[in-house]
Design a protein around this ligand. Structure first.
Ligand SMILES: [Zn+2]
Ligand SMILES: [Zn+2]
Length: 162
């Protein structure tokens, strides 16, 4: 798992929204699905999966819009109302109260590396993944992939919701 040694900060392109991640990610996804390609206008998205309470926003709250996910469960996308930079998503299908923070909006995106590449069935054909990286054609089972520590954090987060 990615373990930033210091708190990571980030923000949108115009600077109106600034945020900090106050814990390490549960896991970091590089998602190559067609929805993420379209939303980012790029080859894939880098999502830091982290509990909402560890994302502190030191500015006006981002605006959001809602998309119907491919699974039938909705997906809210949060963005800066001034410049439109997409900052994070909340997926109804993801367990617990968690956000998927776009790692490209960090001040130091190199501080984060994907733990897994997912939906590689739609990975752009010219993109070669690093040797030995964990990659899945579609999704994966949390039980089989996450660290014990992250699974415990998820369990606490999910039970706090009910
Ligand atoms: Zn902005
Ligand atoms: Zn995706």
């Amino acid at each position: 798992m990615s373990k930033p040694t210091t708190e990571l900060e980030g923000g949108c392109a115009c600077g109106a929204i600034r945020y900090a991640l106050t814990a390490s990610p549960l896991i970091v996804h590089a998602c190559h699905c067609l929805d993420c390609q379209r939303l980012t206008g790029s080859a894939f998205v880098i999502n830091v999966w982290i509990e909402s309470r560890f994302v502190t926003v030191d500015s006006p709250a981002p605006k959001s819009f809602r998309l119907a996910g491919g699974t039938g469960r909705h997906h809210d996308v949060f963005f800066c109302g001034s410049c439109g930079t997409t900052l994070w998503s909340r997926y109804q299908i993801a367990p617990g109260d968690a956000l998927f923070v776009r790692a490209g909006t960090l001040d130091t995106p190199a501080a984060i590396r994907p733990d897994v590449h997912i939906f590689t069935r739609s990975k752009l054909p010219w993109l070669a993944l690093p040797q030995g990286v964990r990659a899945f054609q579609e999704g994966y089972k949390i039980e089989e992939v996450w660290s014990a520590e992250s699974k415990e954090r998820l369990r606490l987060n999910a039970s706090a919701q009910t």
